[in-house]
Write a protein that binds this ligand. Structure first.
Ligand code: ATP
Ligand code: MG
Length: 426
């Protein structure tokens, strides 16, 4: 029955529209809703402004059956959330003596008298349920509209929660979650995360679009989102369903279609990051790796060692930045550098072979390039990077990365790890 249940989230508070304060409540609210299989269709940050707030509440309730608001429940004149929602639903506000009493007790416990303005927080839209707030004065409110039991289909569920995250979070994850669970039944959002390397967003889109466009027509549909990062693309698959087993099966089949289409560009289908996938491949072979890094200054090794347990396959690395280091520590022939330049495929290959022989590891990876902004030439512009992998057989590739120094370094490290992955799955 909850199939297709969608939600809107409104973060209320003018301070959230300044550069000084970030809305984090909506992220937390979204996480709880998603856990319950409720997709958030839109969210907005709204200032303490009656007209703005009213128009967003009207829009949200016209289109979505769940509305969660945070903030603006306080005692001051600029706290408008309860008034605006009540007015829109045509519900009168009644003072709840139990809330007054609880607030008076709260203040008395600190030896204070309750300020008169706080009475405002005891105003409850008729028919609403009061949600206790153990960490603050403003209670939350839960409204089912229309309230009659006969109302099905179009019934709206509205939660008003206080703004301070430490008050809001336990209420969202407690009372509100329990109430929503009764509505959604067994419907949940089921997800898969597929990681892709070596192709840009548009290239990945071109390959997978014909596949995922079909999923949109099935029932329930699988919705795919493409997110691009540096040298990596993520495909997020989401499906709303009350049948856990069927959803798993459908998503597995979908992921396997993607895997076939993507071939060796597919990094993982379980959300594992590139460096963890490479770690697993090395461990499975019982192989050790060593890196010889020039322009990346150790960045590739840093990423490899972000993975717990990487000491089982990362042997060492050498940051060989100068020509002298390449000659002294990696046995790169001086003449090779003189002939081809430090940024060249023969030198990258010699660095990879050198670190492999010197350390006795199974596979050596080398990176040499021009990160910029200086040092480029017409033949070898900034962003020219040569990467070699040597595990007995040598593979070497030259890249021209766009962007500034930081981006060139990040892309180089990513490609070095990815070329190692491709070597290991060959
Ligand atoms: P109070 O009774 O404390 O006034 P309230 O419901 O009126 O509660 P607000 O006044 O809107 O809440 O916000 C109180 C505090 O919570 C502020 O410090 C604000 O920065 C923080 N806050 C409000 N909304 C959010 C949000 N969406 N994300 C993060 N912090 C928030
Ligand atoms: Mg307030």
């Amino acid at each position: 029955m909850a199939d297709g249940l969608t939600a809107a989230v409104l973060a209320v508070g003018s301070e959230l529209l300044t550069p000084h304060k970030t809305d984090t409540n909506s992220l937390y609210v979204t996480k709880v809703l998603n856990d319950l299989g409720i997709a958030v269709a839109f969210k907005a940050i709204v200032g303490d402004d009656r007209a703005e707030l009213t128009s967003h509440v009207v829009h949200a309730l016209a289109r979505h059956r769940v509305l969660i608001l945070t903030g603006g429940l306080g005692p001051t004149d600029d706290d408008l959330t309860r008034e605006v929602v009540a007015a829109h639903l045509g519900l009168p506000l009644d003072e709840d003596p139990a809330i007054i009493e609880a607030m008076e007790r709260r203040f008395a416990a600190r030896g204070w008298k309750m300020p008169a303005v706080n009475r405002r927080q005891a105003m409850v839209p008729r028919g609403a349920t009061v949600l206790p707030n153990p960490h603050g004065t403003a209670p939350g409110l839960w409204i089912e509209h229309p309230p009659s039991h006969e109302a099905t289909g179009g019934k709206r569920y509205i939660a008003l929660l206080p703004g301070p995250p430490r008050e809001m979070m336990p209420m969202m994850d407690g009372d509100v979650r329990r109430r929503l669970e009764k509505i959604t039944g067994s419907v949940r959002l089921h997800r898969r995360l597929v990681r892709v390397a070596g192709k840009g967003e548009s290239m990945v889109e071109e390959i997978v679009q014909p596949i995922y466009s079909q999923w949109l027509n099935q029932s329930p549909p699988i919705v795919t989102t493409i997110l691009a990062g540096l040298g990596q693309v993520e495909l997020h698959l989401v499906m709303q369903s009350g049948d856990q087993a069927k959803a798993s099966q459908t998503l597995d089949a979908a992921v396997s279609d993607l895997a076939t289409a993507l071939g060796p560009d597919l990094v993982s289908t379980d959300g594992s990051v590139l460096e963890a996938v490479v770690g697993d491949l090395l461990r499975a072979r019982g192989w050790w790796v060593a890196f010889a890094e020039s322009c990346t200054g150790g960045l590739a090794t840093s990423r490899m060692t972000d993975v717990p347990g990487s000491s089982e396959y990362v042997e060492r690395s050498i940051v060989a930045y100068s020509n002298r280091a390449k000659i002294e520590l990696l046995d790169v022939p001086e003449a090779l550098i003189a002939e081809h330049g430090a940024v060249s495929e023969p030198v990258a290959a010699a660095m990879a072979a050198g670190i492999r022989k010197r350390t006795g590891v199974n596979v050596g990876v080398a990176i040499t390039g021009i990160a910029g902004p200086g040092g480029g030439s017409e033949q070898k512009p900034v962003g020219t990077v040569c990467i070699a992998v040597d595990g007995g057989e040598t593979r070497v590739r030259t890249f021209r990365f766009p962007g500034g120094r930081e981006m060139v370094k990040a892309m180089s490290a990513n490609w070095a790890i990815d070329l190692l992955r491709r070597y290991l799955i060959r």
